[in-house]
Design a protein around this ligand. Structure first.
Ligand code: PEP
Ligand code: MN
Length: 335
């Protein structure tokens, strides 16, 4: 961290800050030019309150040299994290992991039909929401624990591990009992009590990027989970809000290589929520795999016209099969 003093800062004020920083446990390397005075801080400054330093009227700027996400960042963990989900490995150089299934679990017949279809096309994990974060309180809210039981049944039949959303700390324990991967949705990316609870779980957490979260905010949310002891975090880019309204969100494809530079955690793409349009799901999946995403999560429904949520972005099983064939070609070229 570097503290840039204002040119007018009196020497005794600079000395006070200098001594304070030493008191806080770091080494201070001053540097004086004709028009500036810098204090270079060496040591663990991650817990320093930048806002308190900036509150000093003699301080012009504070520049962070290292990223604030110590656990999620690559600095102290340069090698890629690989996470095992029921024998399927995600992250690093492993083959991309494909998660697919309905937006919401609606019935046994619906879930099993879709689970069998996505499994036979090559998906490794089954997704399906039992607790649904809906914009309107009048929309279908999910089957709750009944939905979790159906997911377990589908897992027993197909052998596919389950990915499902957890919306709050009250239901966390229930979802944890059934799921292999607990999804924290975009709207909850900064629900700090939920992130801390996820950090005390031993299950894999799939953390989705918030609708208007910067990459740094996204990684700081992963940091919350990891700081409580759970390092099994998968990140998911699912589109962000922009001025464009033709698509539901805008897929920030550049977030994939940027996050891979900054973090060792696996990063996957959700092309379904990124645009809200089924027709864009295959091209965005191909793009994501081509640039090295560690996996995809895709909504599939055998009767999208009757889906209780997100029908417009759901692929029919035949279209999902086609998508799998396209991405497998890319995977074999990349290999
Ligand atoms: C979902 O996966 O169904 C979902 C609601 O995702 P998001 O939180 O990304 O909107
Ligand atoms: Mn959905």
């Amino acid at each position: 961290m570097v503290i840039v003093m204002k040119p007018s800062a009196p020497k005794e004020e600079i000395r006070k800050i200098h001594d304070k920083m030493i008191e806080l446990g770091c080494q201070v390397h001053p540097s004086e030019g004709d028009n500036y005075y810098l204090l270079g801080l060496v040591g663990d400054t991650s817990k320093f309150n930048q806002s308190q330093i900036l509150a000093n009227p003699h301080v012009d700027r504070v520049i962070r040299v290292t990223h604030p996400f110590k656990l999620a960042g690559r600095l102290f963990h340069p090698e890629d994290t690989v996470i095992d989900i029921g024998g399927h490995k995600i992250g690093g150089n492993n083959k991309p992991c494909i998660m697919a299934g309905p937006c919401s679990v609606e019935s046994e017949e619906q879930l099993l039909t879709i689970a069998r279809a996505v499994k036979s096309s090559g998906a490794q994990l089954l997704r399906g929401g039992a607790y649904k974060p809906r914009t309107s309180p009048y929309s279908f809210q999910g089957l709750g624990e009944e939905g979790l039981k159906l997911l377990l049944k589908a897992k027993e039949e197909t052998g596919m591990p389950i990915v499902t959303e957890v919306m709050d700390t009250e239901t966390f324990g229930t979802v944890e009992k059934y799921a292999d991967v607990l999804q924290i949705g975009a709207r909850n990316m900064q629900n700090f009590p939920l992130l801390k609870r996820a950090g005390r779980s031993n299950k894999v957490i799939l953390l989705k990027r918030g609708l208007s979260a910067t990459i740094e905010e996204f990684l700081m949310s992963a940091e919350y989970i990891m700081s409580e002891g759970n390092s099994k975090v998968i990140l998911c880019e699912r589109g962000i809000r922009t001025f464009e309204t033709y698509t539901r969100n805008t897929l920030d494809i550049s977030a994939i290589p940027v996050i891979q530079e900054l973090s060792h955690l696996p990063i996957i793409v959700d092309p379904s929520h990124a645009t809200g349009k089924w027709s864009t799901v295959e091209p965005l999946s191909k793009a994501s795999i081509a640039i090295g995403a560690h996996g995809l999560i895709i909504e599939v429904h055998h009767e999208p016209e009757c889906a209780l949520s997100d029908g417009a972005q759901s692929l029919k099983p035949a279209k999902f099969e086609k998508l799998m064939n396209s991405i497998n070609k890319i995977i074999s070229i990349n290999a």
